[in-house]
Design a protein around this ligand. Structure first.
Ligand code: F6P
Length: 533
């Protein structure tokens, strides 16, 4: 199947523009709508027969049955022997979800209700710090226990009406030092977000925060909250059970912002808005479960990605939100995609015979335009671009800004596809008075090859509901890609080795004994020890 797609993709590297000429209804035919969002993938080189082949491949891989197995709580994370049920966290109508025969929904709804009571208490000042109402919340976590809350809190800043939220993730002491510098320990709430409650970065930062608080308040633990699956470790740290919000191990770290890990989002925007975000994700879940593959937005988004990555061999993809508040979305998608599908073996443990997931990167437009779009337009590597933009912004008095933003977004996808021919470049240079060899030389620099693929996701406005929908859309996209490549998208063994070696090197930095270390590591240790004062 993949070979067939690859052959079609290589054969179809022709002009995207001609696909529009061949089919005047291409834009409509190569777009899909879902609950107020439109995903347009017509500016890609995928011909109708290519899409058919992609859909056949999806069917042959059993995407639909694998999806149903995920929602049904089967242990599809086979290397960890776990179900994959982040979707249960947003199953707001509470319909039963069985894991090993037990309905997990009562517990999920119970924890959600506790979170809502706590968030409401913090927001209205019923839960107080030792110096009065909470003014600031510091979420300490890393990876999935950081990126989601940070991304969503920033994305939804127009809805903030709670205490200020801050995020600390890096073990670099600069991160927590800069964060705590302006805060009052008497009115700060610290959330320690860690599924394992064992991640060295998070636990080191949590201890630093506790020491900082202990210098100012009598009972520092009283202003700490834990979000974790590891009750015993949380108890050892000294956080009282009433401020512990737990979840099950079948919620993967990078899929966890819908439950307790999202507490900082809930405190920032309020429980009702948090529920709206969950409802948006739930709407996408329902679409993913019910829509036929050919009209299924996450499936089509995955197929477009596979066409470019597997079919055309483009190694990266850029996520380009034309929305300043989605500034952390590319980083969030980076973890989602690269930690999920950056694997070397298939589910059976056999080496992959195809490239694993692509490199994902990006920045909000229009900033990226003035930085790396040069390469996207004229570099020798093709980078498929995924644009996203809202029809309207949150700032009614800045409508003109928004028109410019949207115009730039649409212009980029048009420019990527259309390009500029050598003839047009020559004409441009001639207008400027160039002639002969110099005209040719100058014109060559102004040619845009065009025919560069992009997709565009448009929606009305970045509300909590829309954000939930967008994130769930990408979650399911990553899932579909993983199924079609035969990858387990829900483990992350590749992060282990570096953690183990960091533990080994820590004492080496103290002792200077580099026995057994390679020459480079020994040299670096020597330099650092000699220069750290
Ligand atoms: O190191 C990778 C990772 O395990 C991620 O998958 C996870 O999101 C992150 O670390 C944080 O883990 P925890 O929530 O257990 O602290």
């Amino acid at each position: 199947m993949i070979e067939c797609v690859r052959k079609l993709a290589q054969a179809a590297k022709g002009d995207i523009k001609t696909l529009f000429e061949d089919d005047p209804a291409r834009a409509e035919g190569f777009s899909v709508s879902c609950d107020g969002m439109l995903f347009d993938y017509s500016k890609t080189p995928i011909p109708p027969e290519g899409r058919r082949a992609l859909l056949d491949w999806a069917e042959a891989c059993g995407v639909a049955s694998r999806r149903d197995a995920m929602f049904a709580g089967q242990a599809i994370n086979e290397t960890e022997g776990r179900a994959v049920l982040h979707t249960a966290l947003r199953n707001l109508d509470g319909a039963p979800v069985l894991v090993e025969g037990r309905d997990v929904m009562p517990e999920i709804m119970g924890v959600l209700a506790r979170m809502e009571r706590f968030a409401a208490d913090v927001r209205r000042g019923a839960f107080q710090g030792q110096g009065g109402a909470i003014t600031d919340v510091v979420n300490i976590g890393i990876g999935g226990s950081h990126l989601g809350p940070e991304m969503a809190t920033r994305a939804l800043s127009p809805y903030h009406d709670g205490p200020r939220c801050h995020f600390v993730s890096n073990v670099d002491g600069a991160d927590i030092a800069d964060c705590l510098a302006g805060l009052d320990p008497e009115t700060t709430l610290v959330i320690v977000a860690s599924k394992s409650f064992a991640t060295i970065e998070t636990m080191t930062n949590a201890e630093t925060a506790r020491n900082w608080m202990a210098g100012a308040v009598k009972a520092p633990g009283a202003q700490f909250v834990a979000l974790s699956t590891a009750d015993d470790k949380v108890a050892d740290f000294g956080i009282a059970p009433e401020r512990v919000f737990g979840f099950a191990d079948w919620v993967g770290g990078r899929y966890s912002m819908w439950g307790p890990i999202g507490l900082s989002i809930m405190i920032a925007i309020g429980p009702e808005r948090f529920r709206e975000m969950l409802k948006g994700a739930q709407a996408m879940d329902s679409h993913f479960r019910k829509a036929p593959l050919a009209e299924n937005m996450p499936v089509l988004l995955a197929l477009v990605g596979l066409w470019h990555h597997q079919g055309c061999g483009y190694p990266t993809r850029a996520v380009l939100p034309y929305d300043q508040r989605l500034g952390r979305l590319p980083a969030y998608f980076q973890q989602l995609e690269m930690e999920s599908n950056g694997k070397r073996v298939n589910m059976a443990g056999e080496p992959l015979t195809v490239p694993s997931g692509p490199v994902v990167w990006g920045e909000p437009g229009t900033n990226g335009q003035h930085a790396f779009y040069q390469l996207i337009h004229q570099g020798t590597q093709v980078v498929p671009c995924e644009f996203m933009v809202a029809a309207r912004g949150h700032e009614p008095d800045q409508a003109h800004h928004h028109v410019l933003l949207v115009a730039n977004c649409l212009a980029q996808s048009e420019a990527l596809m259309r390009g500029r021919s050598i003839e047009d470049a020559r004409a441009l240079m001639a207008e400027q008075g160039f002639t002969g060899k110099e005209l040719e030389r100058q014109a060559a620099h102004r040619v845009f090859p065009g025919n560069r693929p992009s997709t565009t996701l448009v929606y009305d406005k970045l509300t909590p509901h829309r954000l939930g929908q967008i994130v769930a859309l990408y979650e399911h996209r990553v899932f579909v890609e993983g199924v079609m490549l035969g990858i387990n998208s829900f483990d992350q063994w590749g992060v282990e080795l570096g953690k183990v070696l960091a533990k080994e090197i820590e004492p080496v930095l103290e002792s200077g004994d580099t026995t057994g270390k390679d020459g480079s590591t020994a040299q670096l240790v020597g330099f650092i020890r000699a220069n750290r004062g």
